[in-house]
Design a protein around this ligand. Sequence first.
Ligand code: FAD
Length: 321
Amino acid sequence: MANTIWVLVELEGGAPVRSSLEVLGKAARLGRAEAIVLGSGAAEVAPTLGEYGAEKVYVHADAAYDQYLTLPAVETVSKLFAEHQPTLLLLPTTYDLRDIAARLSMRNGMGLITDATDLTIGDDGLKVTVPWGGETVVTATLTQQRPGIVLTRPKAFSVEQYAGRTAEIENINTTISAESQTIRVIETVEVKSEGPALEDAAVVVSGGRGLGKAENFHYVEELAEILGGAPGATRAIVDAGWLPYSYQIGQTGKTVKPTLYIAAGISGAIQHLAGMKGSKYIIAINKDEHAPIFANADLGVIGDAVSILPQLSTEIKRRKA
Ligand code: FAD
């Protein structure tokens, strides 16, 4: 039987989010890609998903999903699973989809693999690549019957174009129960940020404990701004309360894959490397010539980050002028 890979497509401002399209492209390379799109903008988005690999799109244009996606989505996708039994549900790791994946797994007794960076489906079944810590890579599989769920790391795949592909649209005929609508979002507070989002930035400048004190983090922010990038941080300084968790890069933070990653005052612990090792070029500034970060850097600067960062900003500004 052909493999059918489902992708639950998240919407933001009425458009599909990039991470959903990345995973849809991967699904199309694994077999027959089918998308599920839920919410008031679903009907408009559905016909566009063919171009990103979907052969079929299940649509439920109900505003109940706009309020709080998790519970109604779990109910609807569970019903669809029971009816169609796809091979796999493939999801990028986002706050909502992680929540949905865990609930789907528990409710339906389905296997779930998280943190995947790649997967294949061959004659010997599903093989999922999962980095473990920073240095070990595990190949995992699901032993139970299909469908299973795989959550992939952000930026594991790129968006694919399937020009001319038209997806078949099926409107889902279901009513969302009252129990799935018990949570209401009272307020949404948007965190203001002027530069690009950390996950999308082509340049990331990150700071660690070597900056000495929270007040010195502005040197990181200043250089990031001059380079049109985003500032990031290690867990050490997030835990110390210098910055909110949204800045954290690493195993338990965000995964970034910029063209240029500048690590200032960062030792290079495997848990930090897990979130930035995929960067194209890495520059490390550290006063300890034996710091592990240098083993992963394309360019290493041995010195005091607190003095080098502002000098770098001044020099780049001068050359740009
Ligand atoms: P340190 O390790 O203290 O390194 C500071 C560095 O700064 C040193 O190399 C020092 O030589 C250098 N330095 C000192 N002064 C200067 C100066 N003036 N100029 C230049 N260099 C200087 N960490 C993460 O980052 N992200 C994660 O997601 C994450 N997840 C974790 C999950 C688990 C389960 C565990 C156990 C740990 C995790 N960690 C994570 C923590 C990780 O192990 C490290 O403790 C952390 O990354 C260290 O942060 P740091 O490099 O800022 O600090």
